[in-house]
Structures are given as C-alpha cells and as structure tokens.
Design a protein around this ligand. Structure first.
Ligand SMILES: [Cu+2]
Length: 164
C-alpha cells in the first residue's frame, strides 16, 4: 500500500514538473476558470528597443605648439637714422627668437643706440653706418634710446622694441 502511494505521489510530482516546465496545459494544473491558453499566455513584453544615443565624440582641441618652441625664427632687418632728437623709427616689432639686424647711422652729430635688454650699445658717429645684430630671445617691450649726450632733446631720443 505504501509503495503505491509513493508511486502515485511520485507520478504527480513528475506530471507537475513536466506540466510546468513545458508550458503545456494540463487540466489538472489549470485553474477551474475557462481561461484558454491564448489568454493565459501573457504577451511577452516587447523588448525595449534600445535606441542608442549617437555617441558624441568630443575631440579635445589640438594642443598648441609649446611656447618653448617658437615658430620659425627669421632675420628682421631695419634701417634707421638718428638725428637731433629722434630716431627715424620709434617702434620696432619682431617675434621672439628672431635675429634683429639694425642698420643705423647718424645724420648730424654723434648719437648712441642702446638696447640694454639685449646688451646693445653702439656709438653712432656722423657719416658712419653701423650694423647692429642680436637675437630677440626675450619677449616683452624693451626700450631703446640714445646713450650719448647730444643736446637738449637727448632724453627724448628713445623708442620701443616689441618682442612678441
Ligand atoms: Cu643723444
């Protein structure tokens, strides 16, 4: 008797497991209601379409050339004259690293041409042309002036060398 009971319950269990796993409607395991399989089957939730947002690739701006590597240096030539009491050019503009070449002469008395920032100090004797050359390796605004006393307007003989 015991064996039969065991067998029957075993069968029940197997049926139950099979019925559930196969999703096959077995009357025993269905509700008393008249639900048909179709109704019973819940519509599978439609898998949400993953709309992938367009990936925004943010390109970092190209690194600027390092300031320690100045662009091509070149020779910047200037021709100037000195006279009482001014230089023919009050502003010279160059790029850092440029070679500055200044051809300069005096039109009257002895003058001087000095750019302390670059160790330039030239005496300009009348009738003589001097060529001054140096490397503008320091950025900034550097003053140049006459450093030979030449009269009442001597102090006004000055200008600016701009190194960018
Ligand atoms: Cu002077």
């Amino acid at each position: 008797m015991k064996k039969i009971l065991l067998f029957v319950s075993l069968m029940m269990i197997i049926l139950f497991v099979v019925g559930c796993s196969n999703d096959v409607a077995i009357d025993d395991h269905q509700d008393e209601s008249d639900h048909t399989d179709d109704v019973h089957d819940e519509p599978k939730p439609v898998a949400e379409k993953k709309v992938e947002a367009p990936v925004k690739t943010i390109t970092p701006p190209a690194p600027e050339p390092t300031p320690s590597q100045p662009a091509e240096s070149s020779v910047k030539e200037f021709t100037m004259t000195a006279k009482q009491w001014e230089f023919s050019q009050r502003e010279l503009r160059v790029k850092q690293g440029d070679t500055v070449k200044i051809t300069i002469s005096s039109e009257d008395v002895t003058h001087g041409f000095s750019v302390p920032a670059f160790g330039v100090s030239e005496r300009l004797s009348p009738g003589k042309t001097e060529v001054i050359e140096f490397t503008a390796d320091k950025a900034g605004e550097h003053s140049f002036f006459c450093n030979v006393p030449c009269g009442s307007g001597h102090r006004g003989m000055k200008g600016t060398l701009i190194v960018e």
